[in-house]
Design a protein. Structure first.
Length: 181
């Protein structure tokens, strides 16, 4: 029986591997990727997006089935969401590289936190504007942080001065079925 996920990953990797792992394929960035079916995938994208979508879908179904369970003030959603985002923020602030399972767990917690914060967008019309502002503010801060720190992992690399023309960004070496990183 064919595995549709494997087929999709392999086809995208052959066509444009940078879509799956948009990080340099070198030892300095190997903690940003996971290998699935022989393809390098961005750890953040392939944990955060699916977990976030599943969390939001689950919360939506539970909210529709048991509305009384969500009869709390909107700020409670914000607080719970912030609590779930906190492990990722704290691990980011902690120096050094973390084990892969820690990175996966904190990214999954981040995704769940964002889903909880975003839930009022679906069910609380009076709170949509402040919720959208909160989510947008978080995204702006996150993108700004990522932009400021994007090349931090290049420190110590002999090719750092040539980025993005370094060997880690050479797409010709990707999609050949070998392990990268």
């Amino acid at each position: 029986m064919r595995n549709p996920l494997r087929t999709a990953i392999n086809r995208v990797e052959q066509a444009n591997p940078f879509l799956l792992a948009h990080h340099p394929s070198c030892e300095y960035y190997d903690h940003h990727t996971i290998t699935v079916y022989g393809a390098d995938l961005c750890l953040g994208c392939f944990v955060v997006y699916p977990v976030g979508a599943l969390a939001l879908a689950t919360l939506t179904v539970v909210r529709m089935a048991v509305p009384a369970a969500f009869a709390v003030e909107t700020y409670v959603f914000y607080g719970v969401g912030a609590g779930l985002v906190a492990p990722k923020v704290l691990s980011t602030l902690a120096a050094g590289r973390h084990r892969r399972w820690v990175r996966i767990a904190t990214k999954a917690s981040l995704a769940c936190g964002i889903a909880v914060v975003a839930l009022p967008l679906l069910f609380r019309p009076a709170d949509r504007l402040p919720t959208a502002g909160l989510v947008a503010g978080f995204l702006v801060a996150y993108v700004g942080y990522k932009g400021r720190t994007a090349l931090d992992d290049c420190e110590g690399c002999p090719e750092a001065a040539t980025f993005p023309n370094c060997s880690g960004m050479d797409l010709a070496d990707r999609g050949d079925g070998e392990e990268h990183g």
